[in-house]
Write a protein that binds this ligand. Structure first.
Ligand code: UDP
Length: 311
C-alpha cells in the first residue's frame, strides 16, 4: 500500500510516518516546513519506502501513481504557532483539506483527517463526547484553528456523502512526546524546557484549567486503529485522565528535580477552562485506549529534551 502524509515533518506527522514505514507502507510525505522540520525525518531520509516532498498543501497536490490512503496532518497546531500564522492555519485547514480530499477522491484512497478537541472550543459539556457540537468563538484569536478544523470536518463529510470518499475524522486531544519543538509554545514542552534550563515555569492564569494529556505512541496507535477499522463519523482520540495545569507544573518539577520557581502569567484569550475526551466510542469501535500514564510519558519526553538540550 502507498500512502500520502501531509504535515509529514511535524510532531505527529513524523511519528505517523515512522509507524507506517514500519508497517510496510510506502510513504510520500508532504510538508512546507513552516512548523515541521526535516530533522524529524532524518532517520528515514535514505529509507527506500519513504520520500519527503517540500510542498505547501494549500496549493494543488499532484502525486503520480497509485495512492491507497491520504493522512491529512498538515497544520500549525500549537496555539503559539497558529496565533503567529493565522492565515496559513485557515488556508491549510480549508484549501489544504480540499486539495487533500481531491487527491483522495482522484486516487480512490481512504482519507484520514487530523481534527482536534478544539472543535469543542471552551466546552460547556464535560467530558466531551463526539455528539457535542462545541462552544467556539469564531472571531476570537483561536478561531483561526478551531474554525479551520470545523470546516475541514464538514468538507470531509461532504466528500464522503457526495463523492463516496471513505473518510476517518480523528479528534485529537492534547498530545505530547519526543519531537515537540523546544520553543513550540505548548504547555508540556514549555514546562519541561523551563524546568531543565532552570527558568521559571510559566503557568497561565491560576493554573486551575484542565487538560488531558496523551502520549504520542498511544495517539498513533489510535490513528492506525481508526484508519484500519474505524468508520466515517468523528472519533475522539486522547487520554481521559485529567490534570490541572498547576498539577502538571508540579509533576514536571518533581520528575526533573528542578528548582525552577512557578510564575503566573495572563491566561490567553478564550483558553478552554476544561478539556477531557469521552473515549467510549474509541473503546467500543476500535478497542483502543491509551496505556502510557502521564508520569511515564513525561519521563520519556524529559529524556528526549535532556538529550536535545545537551546536544
Ligand atoms: N499553558 C501554560 N503555560 C505555558 C503554556 C500553556 O499555563 O507555558 C496553559 C494554557 O494556557 C492552556 C494549557 O496550558 O490552559 C494547555 O496549553 P497548550 O498551549 O499546550 O494547548 P491547548 O490545550 O491550549 O491547545
Amino acid at each position: 500500500m502507498r500512502v500520502v502524509v501531509t504535515g509529514a515533518a511535524g510532531f505527529l506527522g513524523s511519528h505517523l510516518c515512522d509507524r507506517l514505514v514500519a508497517a510496510g507502507f510506502e510513504v510520500v510525505g508532504l510538508d512546507n516546513l513552516i512548523t515541521g522540520a526535516r530533522g524529524n525525518l532524518a532517520h528515514l531520509a535514505k529509507h527506500p519506502a519513504f520520500r519527503l516532498v517540500e510542498h505547501d498543501v494549500s496549493r494543488p497536490i499532484e502525486i503520480g501513481g497509485a495512492v491507497d490512503a491520504v493522512f491529512h496532518f498538515a497544520s500549525p497546531a500549537s496555539p503559539a504557532d497558529y496565533l503567529k500564522l493565522p492565515i496559513q492555519t485557515l488556508k491549510v485547514g480549508s484549501l489544504g483539506t480540499h486539495n487533500a480530499l481531491g487527491l483522495a477522491k482522484a486516487k480512490k484512497a481512504r482519507f484520514v483527517l487530523a481534527s482536534t478537541s478544539e472543535v469543542y472550543g471552551d466546552p460547556q459539556v464535560h467530558p466531551q463526547p463526539e455528539s457535542y457540537w462545541g462552544h467556539v468563538n469564531p472571531v476570537g484569536p483561536r478561531g483561526v484553528y478551531d474554525e479551520a478544523k470545523r470546516f475541514a470536518e464538514a468538507m470531509a463529510m461532504a466528500y464522503h456523502r457526495v463523492h463516496g470518499v471513505d473518510i476517518r475524522i480523528v479528534r485529537i486531544f492534547n498530545t505530547y512526546g519526543p519531537r515537540m519543538r523546544p520553543n513550540d509554545g505548548r504547555v508540556v514542552s514549555n514546562f519541561i524546557v523551563q524546568a531543565l534550563t532552570g527558568k521559571p515555569i510559566t503557568v497561565y492564569g491560576d493554573g486551575s484549567q484542565t487538560r488531558s494529556f496523551c502520549y504520542v505512541d498511544d495517539l498513533i496507535d489510535g490513528v492506525m486503529a481508526a484508519f484500519e477499522r474505524g468508520d466515517p463519523a468523528p472519533i475522539n482520540l486522547g487520554n481521559p485522565t485529567e490534570f490541572t495545569v498547576r498539577e502538571l507544573a508540579d509533576l514536571v518539577l518533581r520528575l526533573t528535580g528542578s528548582k525552577s520557581p512557578v510564575v503566573f502569567e495572563p491566561l490567553p484569550q478564550d483558553d478552554p477552562k476544561q478539556r477531557r475526551p469521552d473515549i467510549t466510542r474509541a473503546r467500543d469501535l476500535l478497542g483502543w485506549e491509551p496505556r502510557v500514564s502521564l508520569e511515564e510519558g513525561l519521563r520519556r519526553t524529559i529524556g528526549y529534551f535532556r538529550e536535545l538540550l545537551a546536544a
